[in-house]
Design a binder for this molecule. Structure first.
Ligand code: HEM
Length: 154
């Protein structure tokens, strides 16, 4: 009987020791600061004006273009464009430098056309922008009353 108790006790402590050892060996590292997850490069309230962000504005009612590393909200200009709406819409939400520089036909836009761009500028491509600033710029560019002329005096 005494022998049985001794063996039982030995097995009991062997199992307890095995469980504790396994707990130590397979222990998962806890986050050092679970309350504050690691911050990304983007500041709170900001976003990177990258290709994915611009691509979300690929509609006639919401059209952004990337031209020479700057992002333009040309939504308001579409209906005034001397080249027509349909020449620009295939580029909404996309890189449009080559299309703008060549008017899709090998001829550049006039200086006048280039001077209009500033009215529709909302930020630099691939740069972090403050969300409030971006919203303000979008609102401003949506409020521009577009000149639908070709810049020539009549
Ligand atoms: C993907 C972008 C664009 C394309 C493919 C494009 C294409 C064209 C085409 C084909 C014309 C010739 C129309 C004709 O003479 O019958 C034209 C004219 C014109 N476009 Fe665009 N356009 C684009 C973006 C813009 C933007 C963003 C602006 C200004 C904010 C603009 C302003 C003008 C102006 C003012 C003209 C009159 C001619 C001139 O001054 O060069 N275009 N465009």
């Amino acid at each position: 009987m005494k022998k049985l108790v001794t063996i039982s006790l030995f097995i009991f402590w062997a199992v307890v020791t095995a469980i504790l050892t396994a707990g130590l060996v397979f222990r998962k590292d806890q986050p050092i600061n679970p309350v504050n997850p690691p911050t990304s490069d983007v500041p709170a309230g900001g976003q990177i004006l990258d290709a994915a962000a611009v691509a979300r504005h690929n509609f006639v009612r919401d059209c952004w273009l990337i031209i020479n590393s700057k992002v333009y909200n040309v939504t308001n200009y579409l209906s005034a464009h001397p080249g027509g709406v349909a020449t620009i819409t295939p580029y909404c939400g996309q890189e449009a430098t080559r299309a703008f520089d060549t008017r899709d036909q090998g001829r550049p836009h006039s200086n006048y056309a280039n001077s209009l761009l500033v009215n529709y500028y909302i930020g630099d491509f691939n740069q972090t922008v403050d969300q409030a600033q971006l919203d303000q710029n979008t609102q401003n560019t949506n409020s521009v009353i577009p000149r639908g002329d070709d810049g020539e005096d009549d």
